[in-house]
Design a protein around this ligand. Sequence first.
Ligand SMILES: C[S@@+](CC[C@H](N)C(=O)[O-])C[C@H]1O[C@@H](n2cnc3c(N)ncnc32)[C@H](O)[C@@H]1O
Length: 284
Amino acid sequence: MLQEAGVYCGHGYDSVTDEAVALVLGATDLPPEQTLALLDQPFPSDAEARLATLLDRRCRQRLPVAYCLGESHLAGLRFIADSRALVPRSPIAHVVAERLSPWWSQGRDPAVIVDVCCGGGSLGLIAAEAFPGATVLLSDLEPQAISLAAENGALHQQLDRVLMLRADLLSAVRSGSADVVLANPPYVSRGEMAELPPEYCHEPRMALEADADGTELAVTLLREAVRVLSPDGLMLLEVGETWVALEKRLPRVPFLWLELPQGGAGVAAISAQELRDWDAAGIL
Ligand SMILES: C[S@@+](CC[C@H](N)C(=O)[O-])C[C@H]1O[C@@H](n2cnc3c(N)ncnc32)[C@H](O)[C@@H]1O
């Protein structure tokens, strides 16, 4: 049915089969980790109506699975997901879950982590889980995203050391205060916006759309990170396929694009020292 409807899988699921499993488990209120033994069980009749509603949302309304279910999973954590923020799917998540190895190697855990353009807060909350001693700042310009991030912070019982901030990019972060900046800004170019499958129309436009070539917010973040990172700090920046346009716009910056075992492209790891050098050389 999903295949016939021509749904687009680009929101955390690789195939319609994975999406179908998620919808069936969602209709039956079962968690995602199941054994094959489940296939021998009869499908509960009281879940049939719920499954029909979910399939209608997915196939006719073209809602991403996470919005159909009201939740998503990333790097082993569950998040509340709805149209206040993008469906969590950043490949940065897996690098953070592995404690930023090998990019963070300072012999101490980061004390302050900033998740800028945080959306529903998934990256910062995965960081909070990976670094139990860190203070984490979840920052976004959109109040709706902040409200969802706060709900996710409460879900993970992290609100004692996860703080919410409404701000334009890194403008409100104190100079030299951030050991790690996780940055997943909007980076879809205006031309690409017009071509996106219908699933993306349910996500906040402000979470996706950047400027004409998609690079503007990423470039501003790189420049602002020079100021806010601590001397041995680290920035992870995701720009997806816009990495090509970013290299074109900053041709002398030697970006290191990570090989990501879980898939995804356009994630750079950048040390504070590199940022300072690039800034001093006037190539940022
Ligand atoms: C790609 S989404 C982030 C998704 C999030 N990192 C996640 O993993 O779920 C980009 C976010 O940037 C926010 N945003 C857009 N312009 C901004 C700005 N100038 N300052 C701060 N946040 C901004 C949007 O509201 C949106 O939540």
